[in-house]
Design a protein. Structure first.
Length: 114
């Protein structure tokens, strides 16, 4: 199956989707330097508000959120991921943060409701 056929059967759009970074000033600025739009937030609740507001925006395909912000709202993000496949919400380590282990199996089980 070609990419064009896959797009027509899967409902993928012809136009391009945008990437949005959500996090601290340093996190967002680093992505803005690479041409990615960003929203600077001070708290996890503010980040969650902005992510929820993307419900009405159809051209954002990927949201990059800093892990230091995302860890406080991980349950809510998992619920959003389970209910909305687009935009894909992906947590990335914030500059200067320590590595955190994520149990992807448990996360997948939560998304699938198993």
């Amino acid at each position: 199956m070609s990419y064009k056929e896959l797009k027509s059967t899967s409902g993928l759009r012809e136009d391009k989707l945008r990437i949005m970074a959500v996090g601290s000033r340093i996190f967002v600025t680093s992505f803005q330097l690479a041409g990615v739009e960003g929203i600077k937030v001070e708290s996890a609740s503010e980040a969650l508000e902005h992510i929820n507001s993307l419900d009405n925006v159809s051209d954002v395909g990927l949201v990059l959120i800093s892990e230091d912000i995302g860890k406080d709202i991980r349950t809510q993000l998992t619920n959003i991921r389970a209910n909305r496949p687009i935009p894909l919400i992906f947590e990335l380590p914030a500059p200067g943060s320590t590595k955190e282990n994520v149990d992807y199996r448990a996360l997948l089980k939560q998304i699938l409701g198993v």
